[in-house]
Design a protein around this ligand. Sequence first.
Ligand code: NAG
Ligand code: NAG
Ligand code: NAG
Length: 280
Amino acid sequence: MAPRPQLSLLLVLLSFFVLLSSATAHNITRLLSQFPDFSNFNSLLSQADIAAEINRRQTITVLAVDNSAASSLSSLDADTLKQVLSIHVVLDYYDQEKIHNLRRRSTLLTTLFQTTGVAANRMGFLNATKMSDGRFAFGSGVPGSPLVATLVKPVAAKPYNLSVLQISAAIVPQGINGTPLAPFGAPITAPPEVPVPAPAPVDDSTADGPAEAPEASAPEPAADAPEADAPDADSPAAGPAADGDAPSPSEEEDKISAATPAVGGISVGLAVAGALFLAV
Ligand SMILES: *[C@@H]1O[C@H](CO)[C@@H](O)[C@H](O)[C@H]1NC(C)=O
Ligand SMILES: *[C@@H]1O[C@H](CO)[C@@H](O)[C@H](O)[C@H]1NC(C)=O
Ligand SMILES: *[C@@H]1O[C@H](CO)[C@@H](O)[C@H](O)[C@H]1NC(C)=O
């Protein structure tokens, strides 16, 4: 018995949809599972629900630490861990080349933590600074913070969506989550190549980050995030602060929202095909 043409059409549309979903979704958990050196960091990302947030974003850089450096994170309570990990997720794509080509000696990178609306005092930013010895160092964006980590190597990249760079130590801002913590790792000592101009504006290549200058004395936390005052609002973009109380969207929903422009048309196509199928 020959398959009905409507059914074939439906199957073609369905397989196209499946292809499209897999082409537009990345999975940080799967990607990092290929690198046993990062298994601790990888499980912390899942444990703190940051992995799902990474997968939901289209242009992102994860600053990962290897197993020995990740062990320093195990002493953090769940809340603080989540905040610290979200500081290791930069809201732009930086591979090794792009980071070395940054025009400024010192750049503030916007992180996922900035989107939660609870980051104060530039805590949602990372300071990325080129050192005189050619290394690239990172520290918290909180003014006066030491640079505590260096760029070690690129781990993986899916240009120009997802990049994973290894850094030498976890970056824990002083005073995160109300707890004054000593930064992990010894401060990186080599001075920046040239003195950094006092008010250093955020690099304008961080196009998707909040555009407001982070050096304003009291930055309005994530002015572009309407959920700033109520991180538990029902906005799906509410980020890590909105955990627990709302059922997290299924993986399929993730894929659909990741492919929004094309999927609208396909859903209509599927609905039409389904209607045809049912009408026969
Ligand atoms: C990502 O990969 C992990 C491990 O392979 C798997 O358990 C998880 O379900 C995947 N998530 C998505 C969104 O596909
Ligand atoms: C990669 O980024 C482009 C544009 O920024 C987007 O259209 C595409 O869906 C993204 N792919 C993934 C895997 O997120
Ligand atoms: C980054 O940190 C270095 C060293 O602490 C500091 O000199 C520089 O001003 C900081 N850059 C920004 C943009 O805050």
